[in-house]
Design a protein around this ligand. Structure first.
Ligand SMILES: [Zn+2]
Length: 226
């Protein structure tokens, strides 16, 4: 008797678990936060409502935008806060011209785009402007590479003027390794654990900036920080 009831209990528990899992599947689309649903934007002019950091923002219509062709330091790392303040000052409340990238949405459902801003009668290319001031690295990410030459030129200017990320020279290493992934490249220290796991082709450089500028831009790896 007691053995049977124990078995019944197990069956009931299993059934309840199955029902809960099924309910979870049904309920998910209903409970998903509206902020996660992508709002796609076409080419046009928009007002910037909020800057999250040096390369991502929200438009007044609620759409999220990621500036392409560049990479800003992660929150907490050097120059991430300065980059965010600079982008806030430059963009918040302003009207911008948006051009969607070739691949127009990323996995976070943000609109990938190039932004242009009218300033003193001239049009400023915002993506390159972040790099020119040393707040972002040039980072061509396939297939969104159409302005990589202009963005790399801005990076070389920032390096020559030692602005922001380029103000301090890290201790020189013997070599820098550029890992050429399918869609983008990164610069590593030769002993980086991430590099050891990688099967991508690599190139060796003696000069740090030659590595970081390779192929339109190979930013320093966030793990080994060369
Ligand atoms: Zn690395």
């Amino acid at each position: 008797m007691s053995r049977l009831s124990r078995r019944n209990k197990a069956v009931v528990t299993l059934l309840v678990a199955i029902i809960l899992i099924l309910l979870g599947y049904v309920a998910r689309p209903l409970t998903e936060s509206p902020r996660r649903s992508a709002k796609r934007v076409a080419a046009g002019t928009y007002v910037v409502e909020h800057v999250y950091d040096g390369d991502s923002l929200r438009l007044a219509n609620g759409a999220g935008v990621r500036l392409v062709g560049i990479d800003t330091p992660e929150r907490g790392q050097a120059f991430s806060e300065e980059g965010r303040s600079f982008a806030k000052e430059l963009l918040e409340g302003k009207t911008v011209r948006l051009v969607p990238a070739k691949e127009p949405v990323d996995r976070y459902k943000r609109n990938l785009a190039y932004l242009y801003l009218e300033r003193d009668g001239k049009e400023v290319f915002v993506n390159a402007e972040m790099v020119r001031h040393g707040y972002a690295y040039a980072w061509p990410y396939k297939p969104n590479t159409s302005h990589s030459e202009e963005i790399l030129a801005a990076q070389k200017e920032a390096q020559a003027q030692r602005r922001g990320l380029w103000a301090r020279k890290p201790r020189k290493l013997k070599y820098y390794i550029v890992e050429q992934r399918t869609k983008y490249s990164l610069t590593h220290r030769s002993r980086c654990p991430k590099l050891k796991k990688s099967k991508s082709p690599t190139m060796r450089f003696e000069d740090r900036l030659d590595a970081i500028n390779y192929g339109g831009g190979a930013p320093p790896c966030r793990e080994c920080r060369p």
